[in-house]
Design a protein around this ligand. Structure first.
Ligand code: NDP
Length: 244
């Protein structure tokens, strides 16, 4: 069973971590992957690496907070490969801090990237998928979308929102598969954006049990590989040793 081969899969936040691992894994399985992020030099290197292994990909600069840019990214994918079969709304940031630190700009950034970015991704592909009568939207939430912890209020709020949006979308359509995947702690660059010292130190300790991003890539690939009438709506993939 390989319902992945020849599918056109857009991946936001493909320049590192889960997005990068997913791009490689899906390309190995025959998908045409279209990679978006702001660090285009990383995307160029990834496109080269995928090509060297015989895979098919394109990279394009993308800021998910900019709705027009997201639409241009989806249009670019359609012009390169004919249509969009799947979008993985993966781009995210996690500058944790206690609310009392009043890092309001960081709250805004999490809302812009983690919520608006996902909505922009949905808006960019939904009309085409509805018109065609098929497609799949995969949103990356978090275990932080299932339970709240100190310093993570705003991050968790954004991930609760991703789950709410995903479930609402799923109920509104009978043609498009909607999948939300909630990773536990995964090795990546995500914690690098924490500017709060307490939050950074706590995360360093917590992240010792991290699993590899390939574990999430495999979950994404499982959801895509199912036959069209099977929608894997929600998965949590976390370290065996995770207390949360
Ligand atoms: P990384 O920091 O390694 O990757 C985040 C990606 O998001 C990067 O490719 C970055 O690319 C991209 N990104 C950030 N801002 C923007 C933007 N404005 N426009 C476009 N791309 C952007 O972390 P992960 O791989 O871990 O994170 C991927 C997803 O997984 C996130 O949604 C995160 O919340 C979620 N997650 C991760 C967990 C973990 O422990 N790692 C646990 C639970 C959920 P660039 O900077 O080049 O734009």
């Amino acid at each position: 069973m390989n319902n992945i081969a020849n599918k056109v899969v857009l991946i936001t936040g493909a320049s590192s971590g889960i997005g990068e691992a997913t791009a490689k894994h899906l390309a190995e399985n025959g998908a045409h992957v279209v990679l978006g992020a702001r660090r285009t030099e990383r995307l160029d290197a990834l496109v080269e690496e995928i090509a060297a292994s015989g895979g098919s990909s394109r990279g394009r600069s993308l800021d998910v907070t900019d709705r027009q840019d997201m639409q241009a990214f989806a249009d670019f994918a359609a012009s390169e490969f004919g249509q969009v079969d799947v979008i993985v709304n993966n781009a995210g940031v996690m500058p944790l801090s206690p609310l009392a630190s009043l890092k309001v700009d960081e709250w805004d950034r999490m809302i812009d990237v983690n919520i608006r970015g996902v909505l922009h991704g949905i808006a960019a592909v939904l009309p085409g998928m509805e018109a065609r009568g098929s497609g799949q939207i995969i949103n990356i939430a978090s275990i932080g979308g299932h339970a709240v912890t100190p310093t993570a209020s705003v991050y968790c709020a954004t991930k609760f929102a991703v789950r709410a949006i995903s479930d609402g979308l799923r109920q509104e359509t009978d043609k498009i598969r909607v999948t939300v995947i909630s990773p536990g702690v995964v090795e990546s660059e995500l914690a690098d954006s924490i500017s709060d010292e307490k939050g950074r130190n706590e995360m360093k300790e917590f992240r010792r049990i991290s699993i590899q991003p390939e574990a999430i890539a495999h979950a994404i690939s499982y959801a895509i590989a199912q036959p069209p009438e099977v929608d894997v709506s929600e998965m949590i993939v976390r370290p065996t040793a995770s207390p949360f």
